[in-house]
Ligand binder design. Structure first.
Ligand code: ATP
Ligand code: MG
Length: 363
């Protein structure tokens, strides 16, 4: 028997659940004249969702993770490589007549990969602009391409004026749909929601939520169904979701561990508790190191969140945790959210349930 749960990488097929409405929404937006901006905390399933939709399309898709890109020139090179991989040079020849630079293209027979280099003196924004124009031309002549830029918040770190330049280039193109994904919510909001930002209101903003409880429950029960009795499967699945609060990644991680334990040792009432303790222990050193980086207010806020004391800026929370004022608590929450340790859905909560357990165990 193979473990039916998977975490850490993109999921599809039997590892992927729900997101029916979201898939529909993504399709709808990119079938229109609009661009899509998809935001969520880390590991909620943005890349998996978008990949799933892209696979179902019969349009050219160019997908690039900006975390892998080092600067503007590298960005242009990566993008051009994606295009070259899809279209033979012969077909592109008449489409690249606008190129203000001549790239040197070679193939590596060992890896079957394409190598690209540019003359050193070319302005890197020009390189990027020409590649984007090429993609728009491809759309003009045939199927409209979709360009997916994952971890888009990275453009802030790539080059100082890249956002401005990109916006000025992209706004001219009407034969491409762009999809921007990002996990640093505050940075993505700054890029797409701040009035002063070049990308202000550039497309349809979609926020990805956790997977709904009932859907995740069905998914978990299906994964465990061959291991035990119906009531055992039901209890274990519910216990997992109570612990992970439906966080997509942590739910799959814990379910994976529970499944392994269950298979090894048979059913026990403590399966979920044992598995979660095991996973918390694995990260003991990381959590200890991390904990040491927080200031005193951060620590008080995190502990309070795990004690379910209500809103961290409420009087009772502040009093109980000995925090001077709601503004102190608020700036701590902002800091912790920016770093991804705290997420806000209906309420503030810790992102990582294992870290939350570690904190409570050590208090
Ligand atoms: N639809 C889904 N059904 C089940 N599990 C999912 C689903 N989407 C995501 N997951 C779980 O979450 C993990 C992370 O998914 P993915 O990498 O797509 O998220 P992400 O938001 O792109 O993450 P990151 O912020 O790291 O880029 C997956 O490995 C899987 O365990
Ligand atoms: Mg991703």
């Amino acid at each position: 028997m193979e473990n039916p749960f998977k975490f850490g990488t993109i999921v599809d097929g039997s590892y992927f659940t729900d997101r029916v409405e979201e898939q529909e929404k993504v399709k709808q937006v990119i079938s229109s004249e609009n661009h899509l901006i998809l935001i969520s905390p880390r590991r909620f399933g943005k890349t998996s969702l978008v990949q799933k939709v892209m696979k179902s399309l019969e349009r050219p898709v160019f997908q690039l993770n900006l975390q892998l890109v080092t600067d503007t020139e590298d960005f242009a090179a990566h993008l051009l490589k994606l295009v070259l991989r899809k279209y033979p040079m012969e077909r592109l020849k008449h489409l690249i007549s606008h190129f203000r630079f001549i790239p040197t293209i070679s193939t590596n027979p060992m890896t079957d990969g394409i190598e690209l280099s540019f003359q050193p003196s070319v302005d890197s924004f020009v390189l990027l602009e020409d590649v984007f124009i090429l993609i728009d031309k491809i759309g003009e002549r045939g199927e409209k391409p979709v360009v997916v830029l994952d971890e888009f918040q990275e453009i802030k770190a790539l080059d100082k004026n890249l956002d401005k330049k990109m916006r000025s280039i992209l706004q001219l193109h009407s034969h491409v749909n762009y999809v921007f994904l990002g996990s640093q919510e505050s940075m993505m909001e700054e890029i797409f929601e701040k009035k002063k930002s070049p990308f202000y209101h550039f497309g349809y903003l979609m926020k990805l939520d956790k997977i709904p409880y009932d859907d995740f429950l069905v998914f978990l029960k299906k994964g465990f169904c061959e291991l035990g009795e119906k009531t055992e499967v039901e209890n274990v699945s519910r216990e997992i979701l109570a612990f992970t609060r439906c966080h997509p990644y942590y739910t799959q991680q814990l379910a994976f561990q529970v499944w392994t334990l269950w298979l090894q040792k048979g059913y026990m009432d403590t399966l979920v508790a044992d598995a979660s303790l095991l996973l918390t222990q694995v990260h003991d050193m990381d959590y200890e190191r991390l904990w040491a980086t927080f200031n005193r207010t951060d620590k008080k806020v995190l502990i309070g969140l795990n004690m379910n004391l209500g809103s961290p800026t409420s009087l009772s929370f502040l009093r109980n945790q000995g925090i001077e004022s709601s503004s102190t608590a608020f700036s701590s929450l902002k800091r912790l959210s920016k770093l991804g340790y705290v997420i806000k859905n209906d309420v503030y909560e810790m992102d990582d349930p294992f870290f939350a357990q570690w904190i409570m165990k050590h208090r």
